[in-house]
Ligand binder design. Structure first.
Ligand code: HEM
Length: 238
């Protein structure tokens, strides 16, 4: 009964996540950028823009230049999350890809890094006056949601282990539309329930900065206004 409910929730959440994020990307794609608003100093060629974006995505370069504390915690959280998610691929693949197996141990430490980074970001939001002033309840709630997912995951890993083989069987079953039972342990139900919440609110939350970054004219434009005329017309069909 509960397994069926979770299976349905995961199907609905996956649909909302994929459809919602695709729709947002479609809107970003079609939004005209009428002006050259590149943040200078900026590259003057497209290759330079690609390299700048790569540094932005991998190293959070502009954040590093503006605030070292947010950079430390933010980078710790995002890089930890990346490794954790790579580690999680083992629940969805059979046999597990070799490079996923290779990252299993480091993935566990990444879970702690992720949690620590989130804690730092939350403390900053509460302690720094000018940040608290501009913080909305959703800013706190997103941090708390991610922390709760990380905390319940770490609980499962270190305090109240669950049958991870059964968890994997459940998810491989979902991929093949073949319902399998989930272990009825509290941490796994909490962990997965919160993941469903995260998937559902992702397309209507600040987490949209993930695709949004790639559509940000101040970063994706080249500083070539004198060489090339910027045509800011709306795309065809508008
Ligand atoms: C459907 C998706 C997910 C499944 C099936 C899942 C399942 C699990 C399981 C079974 C564990 C325990 C691992 C063990 O005992 O070795 C775990 C741990 C963990 N999970 Fe998830 N999880 C999912 C999504 C997520 C997401 C989206 C996040 C982060 C936002 C996350 C963060 C963590 C963390 C930090 C740990 C502890 C460190 C680790 O073992 O990797 N999980 N998860």
């Amino acid at each position: 009964m509960i397994s069926t409910l979770y299976a349905l929730l995961f199907y609905v959440a996956t649909f909302l996540l994929v459809a919602g994020v695709s729709q947002k990307i479609w809107i970003y794609w079609r939004t005209p950028s009428p002006l050259k608003v590149v943040v200078t100093p900026a590259p003057t060629t497209n290759t330079g823009v690609v390299l700048r974006m790569a540094r932005e995505v991998v190293l959070f370069e502009s954040l590093f230049k503006s605030n070292k504390w947010i950079w430390v915690f933010g980078w710790m959280f995002h890089f930890g999350l990346l490794l954790v998610l790579i580690r999680h691929l083992r629940y969805f693949t059979n046999p597990v890809w070799w490079w996923v197996s290779l990252l299993q141990t480091v993935g566990i430490y990444a879970g702690f890094a992720m949690f620590l980074g989130l804690t730092g970001l939350l403390i900053r939001r509460i302690v720094v006056n000018r940040v608290r002033y501009i913080s909305a309840p959703s800013d706190y709630l997103m941090l708390l949601l991610l922390m709760a997912i990380g905390f319940s995951g770490l609980m499962m890993r270190f305090v109240l282990p669950t049958d991870i083989v059964a968890v994997k069987t459940f998810f491989l079953g979902l991929l093949r539309f073949n319902l399998q039972p989930l272990p009825m342990d509290l941490p796994v139900l909490v962990h997965l329930g919160l993941v469903v919440v995260l998937m559902i609110i992702f397309p209507i939350s600040k987490l949209l900065h993930v695709p949004g970054l790639f559509f940000s004219p101040s970063r994706t434009q080249a500083d070539n206004a004198r060489e090339k005329r910027h045509v800011g017309a709306a795309p065809a069909g508008r």
